[in-house]
Design a protein around this ligand. Sequence first.
Ligand SMILES: [Zn+2]
Length: 339
Amino acid sequence: MTIPQIRQTRQSDSKANRSIEQAAVYSERPLIFRAQTASASVPQILYVSNRGVDGNGFNLSYKVHEEGEDIAAHHRQLEVALGRPLSLVRQVHSSRVVDLDAYLANAVQGSDSHSPLTPSQLRTALVPLATREADAQVTTRTDIALGVYTADCTPVLLVDAVHGVYGVAHAGRKGVENGVVPETVAVMESKGAELTDVEVWLGPNICGNCYETGDVVAQEFAHKNAELLEKVARRGAGFPAEPDAFVTHTRFGGEGIDMRAALKAQLAAMGMNHQQVHDEDSCVDAQTHRELDQASSTEAQAPNNSMCTLENPLLYSYREWTLTHRPGSNGRFISVLMP
Ligand SMILES: [Zn+2]
């Protein structure tokens, strides 16, 4: 399916007479970055963000937002663009996975996990799910979009197109340590996925060169990840990397961690080969450069690494906000898997 183009220009004739305040609202627009997928049979993967380098941004977080931001309006706009209900959970850095099929069968009276449901039934059933504490979702449904909030943590999107099983996970430092991704894969397998058919996309996060944590946190991360690798390793899997591989020396001079490297090691330990894991994205990079070329803001520097939330000024970054407290930069973006 195609995503309708819903970008709005800031000064169309029809809006010329609106007050400045209203015009500011209308300048908010989502930037939809499409991840590169190998074939049309693979579901769409979208990163929806706009940190607002050139006007108001498109924050999607009810938890962190600034006065005057209409988050509900942003969600409505996003759902129109997606053309189907968006499923979200309350993320708490755990390894809890929601089986969305079972959840919906329970939430909609008279249905089972294979029942067709109307968009209205889905929307109503998903409202309470947004308050349930979990960090991953798995489904076999193709009438729903799975979403993950992030701003530096890693959005992980998992697809078994052969068996029709889909999952998303929120993996920040604690989520990586807690093994949210291996848990998600396990739930996918319980619903018919085969490990050799699962493809994984690691969405934009703060990179190892930027994510400075100090040596205590970095060493603890490396230690916990090494323990987890032993726990999730399966027969015949590649030998897990040395723990030190996940500790970095950042561009700020201190020790940090590389969440992507740790996640890739977990997937390898489980038995996935590197061709199943999509780590970089030339589509996101190309679009980022196009958007920034058009922006009038002098802050709009082209990033070295477009997949790094701290470096890419179009993506929300919690670290950027804590460093600068720049107005409008406190927010979350959503990564979406459309089965
Ligand atoms: Zn970076």
